[in-house]
Design a protein around this ligand. Structure first.
Ligand SMILES: CC(C)(COP(=O)(O)OP(=O)(O)OC[C@H]1O[C@@H](n2cnc3c(N)ncnc32)[C@H](O)[C@@H]1OP(=O)(O)O)[C@@H](O)C(=O)NCCC(=O)NCCS
Length: 168
């Protein structure tokens, strides 16, 4: 059975913070970061992956540049517990949470125009974003955080410009 994906709540702060601490060793104050994120709906749309009753992953989607009729969502942050990586859970979490986030946008009369995601140029997550979202590298910024960062974009309108739509 596939693990459940559900919206995150403030009660999930500790569990998500533990995953954040493990996954992003260059970042500090995990509790504060996660708490601030979970308090920022609808600017931030947070979800968790629940495996055997435990939170084994999280994803934060962010609405960019205001509440727009045609929204651009940024995949702000994702992590799967190290011991559970490489089993397709990251892909599952992106797909399921995106469906929930899109439904949430529709509930407020918005549509999803595009998805933005950035990652370190040397992070294999690039392949994940290309595969699941159809995102393509559109820019790279040298030295943005700890190294060169690539900016990826996916067109979610089904049009021909930009990137392809994700396979489902
Ligand atoms: C990135 C991350 C969320 C992926 O989660 P995951 O559950 O391990 O990924 P999946 O098993 O769903 O992999 C799906 C696809 O992603 C790609 N992928 C994921 N991790 C990869 C890796 N380490 N090396 C190469 N490809 C990888 C593959 O294309 C894979 O598809 P395939 O199975 O057809 O080869 C996870 O590795 C993680 O939490 N990393 C630490 C935090 C991080 O770097 N987050 C992203 C910051 S931008």
């Amino acid at each position: 059975m596939k693990p459940a994906v559900r919206p995150a709540t403030i009660e999930d702060t500790q569990a998500i913070s533990a995953l954040h601490r493990e996954a992003f060793v260059r970042q500090q104050a995990s509790d504060l970061w996660v708490q601030a994120t979970l308090s920022a709906y609808p600017r931030l749309l947070p979800f968790v992956l629940v495996l055997d009753g435990q939170i084994a992953g999280y994803i934060f989607w962010a609405q960019k540049s205001g509440i727009r009729p045609a929204a651009t969502l940024e995949l702000d942050q994702i992590a799967i517990a190290a011991r559970h990586q490489g089993h397709g859970y990251g892909e599952h979490l992106i797909r399921e949470s995106l469906a929930l986030a899109t439904a949430s946008l529709h509930g407020t009369g918005q549509t999803l125009k595009s998805i933005l995601v950035s990652t370190r140029a040397d992070n294999a997550a690039q392949r994940l974003y290309a595969k699941v979202l159809g995102a393509k590298v559109v820019a790279s910024i040298e030295g943005l955080y700890s190294a060169t960062e690539v900016i990826m974009l996916a067109d979610m309108t089904g049009g021909t410009s930009g990137s392809t739509s994700p396979s489902s």
